[in-house]
Design a protein around this ligand. Sequence first.
Ligand code: NDP
Length: 334
Amino acid sequence: IQQILLNERPEGLPSPDTFKTVSVELPAPAEGEVLLQPLYFSVDPYMRGRMNDARSYIPPFKVQEPIESGGVATVVESKDARFSAGDLVMPGGGKNFFPWATGILFSGDHLRKIDSSIPPTYYLGVLGMPGLTAYFGLMDIGKPKSGETVVISGAAGAVGLVAGQIAKLQGCRVVGIAGGEEKVKLLTSDFNFDAAINYKGNTHLGTAVAAACPNGVDIYFDNVGGDISDAVMEHLNFFARIPVCGQIALYNSTDVPMGPRIQPTLIKFSVLMQGFTIGNYAHRYMEGMQQLGEWIRAGKIKYTETVIEGFDQLPTALLGLFSGQNSGKMIVKV
Ligand code: NDP
């Protein structure tokens, strides 16, 4: 089988040298083990942070060991009575990731079966980590009220698309910010956003935000940070809420990012700004999945994904997140 390892820790944007593909032999599964063939891997922006040797909510990847991410696999051979060949599975029982490999030996204790009537990639996107992040970040921290204005950055991505549609379902005016004319068109024509701003085509983003938000900004769902967030935060209303979900604009920066100090604004307008990680809501995943499932079945939340084919494309797909190669969830089909 083949594995993709973290070859060296990157400085700034990862390069081909960051990754290394190796061939290894897998032994036959031992008692309690299951041999898996991965079907899909998720690539996610947070994985860039795991390439650094830094303290965080999740331990760093180890150099010269396989990179790991969310995924869906099929059982090839099972030495665990709970699984049989052909079952569709994901990591479970305290594990969240599969190693980047074309064949995987995994303990049955750390697998869960998934419902084969649902498209398997939904478990990596709208019904998985990104969908739940949108749901809890918006509902629990954003606390949207009908008639409010919600601005979402990274709006055409996995989290952003779901967050925007949930905000619409709460009766809000929803403005998305994304990179490129195609993406902003997608937001308003296919995903029900009231307005969308192409940050790559606007020399003065602050003016564009003001024009799209005549009543100011009540909730800013921040997926990107940096200059985009600075521009949005010039237009916050009294008692605005900011769920700080992601800062992808900063994940590859090599120096300390600087910007306007936001604290006086937070004081003047009594703004709540709260960072979170989805793991905080582990005890409520069922609630989130049920609600998202209901909205999807009722056609109230639509979804799209960008699927790249080939195990060897995993590094390219991961890097593609940082140049906006995806609309909706970025997935690699093995
Ligand atoms: P996306 O599907 O949104 O993919 C990333 C997108 O980010 C790209 O498509 C690109 O869109 C945009 N982007 C990349 N570089 C920049 C940049 N320099 N400035 C502005 N936009 C940029 O990823 P996810 O939906 O999975 O994640 C979105 C954010 O949410 C990330 O920051 C991620 O880390 C965070 N996150 C946080 C979680 C949590 O628990 N707190 C859980 C999951 C995700 P465009 O073409 O529009 O630039």
